[in-house]
Each structure stands twice: as structure tokens, then as C-alpha cells.
Design a protein around this ligand. Sequence first.
Ligand code: C5P
Length: 224
Amino acid sequence: MRKIVIAIDGFSACGKSSTAKEVANQLGYNYIDSGAMYRAVTLYFHEHYITSDNPKEVSKALENIDISFNFNERMAFSETYLNGLNVEEEIRKMYISNQVSKISAIPEVRKDMVNQQRKLGKKKGVVMDGRDIGSNVFPNAELKVFMKADLTVRAERRQKELLEKDQLVPLPEIEENLLARDKMDSERKENPLIIPEDAYILDTSELTFPEQVEFVLQLATEKM
Ligand code: C5P
């Protein structure tokens, strides 16, 4: 069986990360959360008061940003590190979610992250989730899946995830954030969120988690 690249894109909070993680776990593949990289950059910009999209200032800041992942044994679970510090918990907070789409639309930021993502997936045997993985980072990925789900379902799932981390966020606030991010991600100039022509659509509104995973695994097996 050959090793392949599995690109999972889609709207915010459709279950991309959890599905991608489990698929990677079952295949013994490496899981890369590209959204975590944009979130880590956003945290750095926030901490260093970098608000402008002045290309020079942004490029200088990017030189000082080192993002790495600390993988578990099976490589299917990772925590995000920013300049050597574990930021996994911090980057999931709402104040980062509220800024990340603006930062990820900056061309210099995208160029830098996309380069790193391509390096991380070079050896194949990888599941990467995000917004432009199938359309831009790995246009030749052997399997592309595009995930979507009803807004209410997505917001409820995200609220549950946040609650598990002791963050109580009202549903309307989450819905507003998801809609705003989807809009910005879809409308930005550089590598917008689009449905690649050759992607399989996975609507998770009425699916259980094991069903979602099975959908991807079955396709993956066909492509291997
Ligand atoms: O996947 P997650 O929701 O954590 O991604 C956070 C944000 O990072 C997205 O809303 C989007 O603005 C940005 N992103 C992106 N391209 C990717 C992955 C994430 O622009 N490949």
C-alpha cells in the first residue's frame, strides 16, 4: 500500500480536527493541524501588539516565530508549541478565534505557513486539516475531503469542547464567531476557503463521529 496525503478542509467547527486526528491514528499517519499554526501566529501578534498588516513589520515578526508540534508516539496527536512554549490551550481561546481570520488573510503569513505545511507533508503519510489544504497546499493530494455541517450543530459542538476546557461561551457568541470566520476565510484574496472540484463532500450534521471517520477511512483505503 502506498502512503498518501489526505487533505481535509471545510468550514469552522465541522469536526475536521477530531476526524483528521482519528483517521491519522487508525492509519498510523502523521496529523497536522494547519489551523493551529495560524492560531499560534495570531497569539504571537497579539502578545507583541502587531496589528498592522505592514508587510515589513509582519515579515520581521515571522522571522521570530518558531512553530513546532510535540507528537505522541503514534504521531496522530500533537500539541502546538510557539517558540518552545506549549500554547495548545491558549490558542483555542475565544480571543484568538476572534482575531485569527484577519491574521491568516495576510499574504506574508500565508506564504510562510504554506511553505512550512508543504515541508511537513513532503514524505506523505499525512492527514492535514484546514481551509486551503486541498486547493492550495497539496493540490495533488490523493484524497480531498470537504466537511460541512449546520451552523447550530457546529456551534453546539464547539460550545461543548470549550466547556470541557472550563470556558463557558454563550451559543450566539460562538455562532457569530463561526459565521464571521467562514465569511472572512471564504472572501479573502489569498488562498480562500473553496470546495476543490475533486473533493468528496462530507456533511456531518446528522452523522455520528465514528460514521465521519469511517467515511474518510473507506475513501483513503481505496486511494492507497
Ligand atoms: O482550523 P481552525 O478553526 O483552528 O482554524 C483557525 C483559522 O485559521 C481559520 O478560521 C482560518 O482563518 C485560518 N486557517 C487558514 N488556513 C488553513 C487553516 C486555518 O486560513 N489552512
